[in-house]
Design a protein around this ligand. Structure first.
Ligand SMILES: Cc1ncc(COP(=O)(O)O)c(C=O)c1O
Length: 466
């Protein structure tokens, strides 16, 4: 969460004003902004004030920056509403919600080719960040246990990953005092390479993180090849390094669109996998999943018991209370769509992303960094020799058309390259993609004319007609 500094309450703008017709008898038309009001107000008035303030938020459907779901069916919304009072940790009170959570874990383990014999174990989380923390903690504890059992020092652990990892992994390392060994990327490989991974490991490496769907450009890291490089490392040096797959986005894409891509529990070295239910799992924000290939991969000391139907149920998580509604919504998606439905949704996203990539490339001033053929994500930079504008100019100008398309520098090794990224999600239709391409074309023309000293024609700029 953002850390909010306390704001001085005596500032001139320390009140929230609202329209007089909404205040009832005895209510003032002003509220303190940063202090708890002394008295309350009519619920309709309170609703209107909060509702009006929120009008300044962007339109979620035009937010092409986020991987997180911005549209669900009314039936899913109804279930979320019905379950918004259920606390996931109260397994005893809400055994059926706990049952649905268990079914979701089982379905994901199956989707990711866990074997019955190994008894995969998993949990829901608040999102992939928490799931990654849990995956990292399990690696850390297992490494410490191995080192201690062998009579070896268990200090100065490190975790190896590409410089393109999402910030949650750097957070994990900082919070739990683990060295983050980031492997630089380059233009020929914008994510972790097998050689890079193996070369950075040593006896203090608790694990390697492979990302299925890089946040920066949507590319899949070659999990099976990374595992093979680690097998080779073990053969030559005896250093045995487990793999965690951060499939925050790809965990709900690859199984449906690339069933032959071997990245999951079919790879023996993969100990654990996380995904975000609220990304391509198609649920509103608030749910992630972590699955370990076997109970052995999850150190017992990390598991806490909570009351459950007169007995106890093992739990592993950073939070205590958590909403149950999103878990129910995940289960709804599973039964509503089935494997066929998920395949259709992800296929449509990939087809739109590939179409969009072709159009962007065709505009002229851009070079594709990724073309939507892995995650449905299109990342592109300004082409060599195009010096009339930067990706930041394009991002700013697109905001004027309502689109949120982020521009940012690529990770260490490619930090001189800045890109724009469009995440194609369920609900970003081909129709919307066509509108985006038209606006992108207009923005490029406008920025080009400005750079060449010509003002775009006044007639075209006019936005006010009587
Ligand atoms: C690869 C990867 N890992 C982890 C995360 C964090 O996920 P969440 O937002 O679900 O906490 C993200 C978010 O974009 C991601 O792309």
């Amino acid at each position: 969460m953002a850390l909010h500094r306390n704001v001085r309450a005596d500032r001139a703008s320390a009140t929230v004003g609202f329209r007089p017709q909404f205040s009832r008898d005895g209510e003032t038309a002003e509220l303190p902004r940063y202090r708890l009001p002394v008295g309350g107000m009519d619920p309709d008035t309170a609703y209107q004030i909060v509702h009006d303030e929120l009008m300044l938020d962007g339109n979620a459907r035009l937010n092409l920056a986020t991987f997180v779901t911005t549209w669900m069916e009314p039936q899913a919304r109804a279930l979320i509403d019905e379950c918004s009072d259920k606390n996931m940790v109260d397994k005893d009170e809400y055994p059926q919600t706990a049952e649905l959570e268990q079914r979701c874990v089982a379905m994901l383990a199956d989707l990711w080719h866990a074997t019955d014999a190994e008894e995969a174990t998993g949990t829901s989380t608040t999102g992939s960040s928490e799931a990654c923390m849990l995956g990292g903690l399990a690696l850390l504890h297992r490494w410490r246990a191995r080192r201690t059992a062998a009579g070896l020092p268990a200090d100065r652990p490190n975790l190896v990953m590409g410089a393109n990892v999402q910030v949650c992994w750097e957070k994990f390392c900082r919070y739990w005092d683990v060295e983050a060994r980031l492997v630089s990327v380059d233009a020929s490989c914008t994510h972790l390479s097998p050689e890079g991974a193996a070369a950075h490991c040593d006896e203090r490496t608790i694990g390697v993180v492979a990302v299925l769907g890089s946040t920066f450009d949507g590319t899949f890291e070659p999990v099976a090849d990374i595992a093979a490089a680690l097998d080779e490392l073990q053969t030559t040096t005896g250093v045995d390094v487990p793999l965690h797959v951060d499939a925050a986005s790809g965990g709900f894409v690859a199984p449906f669109l690339d069933p032959d891509l071997v990245w999951d529990f079919r790879v023996e070295r993969v100990q654990s996998i996380n995904t975000s239910g609220h990304k391509y799992g198609l649920v509103y924000p608030g749910v992630g999943w972590a699955v370990w290939r076997s109970a052995d991969a999850l150190p017992g000391e990390l598991v806490f018991d909570v009351d459950y139907l007169g007995g106890s149920m093992p739990t592993f998580g950073l939070n205590f209370s958590r909403p149950g509604a999103q878990i129910v919504a995940q289960y709804y998606n599973f039964v509503r769509l089935g494997a066929d439905g998920f395949t259709r949704v992800q296929q449509a996203c990939r087809a739109t992303a590939k179409w969009l990539a072709g159009e962007v490339a065709g505009l002229g001033p851009f070079t594709l960094v990724s073309d939507g053929s892995e995650l449905p994500v299109v990342a592109f930079r300004v082409a060599d020799g195009e010096d009339r504008f930067s990706v930041y100019d394009v991002s700013d100008a697109l905001r004027g058309h309502g689109w949120l398309v982020p521009a940012y520098a690529m990770p260490e090794g490619l930090e001189d390259v800045s890109v724009l990224r469009v995440v194609v999600r369920n609900g970003f239709s081909r129709n919307l993609a066509e509108l985006l391409v038209a606006d992108l074309g207009a923005v490029v023309d406008e920025l080009g004319q400005r750079a060449s000293g010509r003002r775009p024609e006044d007639a075209k700029r006019s936005a006010f007609h009587h």
